[in-house]
Ligand binder design. Sequence first.
Ligand code: CIR
Length: 258
Amino acid sequence: MLFTKAIVRTPAKSVVNGIDDYADEGKPDYQLALKEHQDYIATLSDLGITTTILGPLEDYPDSCFVEDPAVVFDNFAVITNPARSTRQKERDLIRPAIKQFYTDYQIFEITSPGTLEGGDVMPVDNNVIYVGRSARTNQAGIDQFTKIAAKFGKTVKAVPVQKVLHLKTGTTYLGNNKLLVAGEYIDSPYFKNFDQLKVPAGEDYAVNCINTGNGVIMPAGFPRVKKLLEDNGFTTREVNMSEFSKIDGGLTCLSLRF
Ligand code: CIR
């Protein structure tokens, strides 16, 4: 197992108004989003992960994407500073959940003018963390995060994010030096030392998946990525993500995992 615990937040009815900067697939259906979210939790639980479920927040349409307002590690957590005004307060609303698992001495914060969202943070092995410099995460945020991570012996490497929302919208670390890459990260010099598993064009959305160590959770409906993962020795579990993908949400954004 690569992690044993997860925190998720039930989508609110307002999820239909989540930020949609990229997808252009219409608005999500709330009931179906709820069903997909329940299936997501059931899949985590089937794979042996203990999940804490937080209540919906009607005033915050994107608050089910708990990966963005915090970043969690074994021995410390960072409350981030989401860039978009409608998501800013999520940092205060995730804090009580983080406090259930970490002492005050283990909790750090990104503050303005720094912005950083968890979707841009991709830990790999050997205490290295890649952080995307994106529309949501700025250099000041990366600098603050770098100092916090250094206290715990971790090195940050910044990577530009040009065509997608977050770094992890374009790449997922699977462990054992294997990196699933799509779009702008295929053959990227930033990741030249990894064994790249290249996502075929047209299936980019499925690059965002979760290796639990006990099976890879991936979005349903991407047969070529499923085969790529299985050919590389991973077992896969599919979850429907149709409604979250309409508001630029991927599988990882729906949980904090530690
Ligand atoms: C947003 O634009 O902030 C949300 N609609 C989607 C957030 C996705 N989060 C992630 O990839 N970590």
